[in-house]
Design a protein around this ligand. Structure first.
Ligand code: NAD
Length: 375
């Protein structure tokens, strides 16, 4: 089995394979061909790939005879000319927003597999690109907030007097939020956090942060379906807005991460609430690409409102390219190796497997995923 690894388009720093995963694929009996320059932004030289046993060359050479094509973002189908029909295309394919590309993969006869649609089941945890990248984004959000903030995080008692600790509030305690809490605690901030899912209360406490929850209206019991939140009732939203109003004016830094699958991000902070924060405060909105949790957020930009810096964070994992590539590449390896058929010498994807059903978008020239086909 030959595996091709594509160099990403400009703006993407991550790589879908690393020398480590090249060696692991070789141990399975696969041959890996990496497009020249693939790892450049993730501090991986072509020679590093070669030392790990990969062939490095043009995209055309990499694609020729490859049964598996690895990418971070789904490429323009036109750029895949020469790929073998029925090759697996594995990566973050963004199927809803990039439907026309998915159609192109079908036309090319490729079997497109969208890794972001990995089901949230125990067996798939090590294959979950959303978790591996969100974790790094949560960390980086705190680092970026600290860099934009004109004060120190920890309490410092010095001969010149005492500096009080930064108060940091995390809204949305999923994978990114948990890592943001842990990172802010390590830096010495006083951390509080909120979520709509009741299971997060204990998680917040276990990290030594203070849970701030709506008490008078019921939130989502436990983890929520598949670990995901849904849109909350108007009554809950009102209670949450009151809670936030009371809390936010006392905060120096707010990190928001709240997302609802398939919908735009819930609005958690209004412009008038931003105005109650002390000038110099910083908000990092990790939901910026999904419309933002904060009124006034601009995705990919840093804006100032009422003296408060609002960072519209977009794809922060990209700014930690070496680590995000390492984890992303392992997610892809963990997926393919779990389905590796030794006799066939490649991945075998059973039609009735829960993972395969969830992530397979196209097969035999057609779109086959029920999330993309009319009910
Ligand atoms: P996410 O990115 O979809 O959302 C981020 C957080 O925002 C969630 O915790 C959500 O509850 C919260 N949120 C949504 N609306 C909100 C609102 N109005 N106010 C406040 N918070 C709001 O979530 P995620 O980070 O992908 O993960 C959520 C959960 O799924 C976690 O508990 C995680 O452990 C679990 N998970 C399980 C697996 C697995 O079992 N394979 C994989 C990944 C995640």
């Amino acid at each position: 089995m030959k595996i091709a690894v594509l160099k990403e388009a400009a703006g993407e720093t991550r790589s879908a394979a690393t020398p480590e995963t090249v060696k692991k694929f070789a141990a399975l009996g696969a041959e890996v061909a990496v497009e020249k320059g693939t790892g450049a932004d993730a501090s991986i030289a072509d020679s590093d790939f070669e030392e790990a046993g990969a062939k490095v060359g043009s995209r055309k050479d990499a694609l020729k005879g490859a049964g598996v094509i690895l990418c971070v973002n789904g490429p323009d189908p036109v750029s895949l000319a020469g790929a073998e029909a029925d090759a697996l295309l594995v990566g973050a394919l963004d199927p809803i927003r990039r439907r026309e590309r998915v159609e192109g993969y079908a036309t090319a006869g490729l079997q497109a597999l969208a890794m972001e649609w990995m089901p949230r089941i125990t067996r798939a945890q090590s294959m979950d690109i959303l978790s591996s990248q969100s974790n790094l984004a949560g960390y980086k959000a705190v680092i970026d907030a600290a860099a934009a903030y004109g004060r120190a995080f920890p309490m410092m008692m010095t001969a010149a007097g005492t500096i009080s600790p930064t108060k940091l509030f995390v809204m949305g305690v999923g994978v990114a939020g948990l890592q943001a809490i842990a990172t802010a605690k390590r830096l010495g901030a006083q951390v509080s956090a909120t979520d709509v899912r009741s299971a997060t209360r204990e998680q917040i406490q276990s990290l030594g942060a203070k849970p701030i929850f709506v008490e008078n209206v019921a939130g989502i019991e436990g983890e929520g379906a598949g670990g995901y939140a849904t849109e909350m009732s108007p009554e809950y939203q009102k209670a949450q807005a009151e809670l936030v109003s009371g809390h936010i004016a006392k905060q120096d830094i707010v990190i928001t991460t709240a997302l609802i699958p398939g919908r735009s991000a819930p609005r958690l902070i209004s412009d008038s609430q931003v105005a109650t924060m002390r000038p110099g405060s910083v908000i990092v909105d990790l939901a910026a690409e999904a419309g933002g949790n904060v009124e006034g957020t601009v995705s990919g930009q840093q804006v100032e409102k009422h003296g408060v810096t609002i960072i519209g964070a977009s794809n922060l994992a990209r700014s930690l390219a070496a680590d995000s590539s390492a984890l992303f590449a392992r997610n892809l390896y963990n997926f393919l190796s779990a389905f590796w058929d030794k006799e066939q010498g490649g991945p075998a994807l059973p039609d009735d497997d829960e993972i395969v059903k969830a992530i397979r978008l196209t097969q035999s020239g057609k779109i086959v995923n029920e999330r993309l086909t009319p009910a």
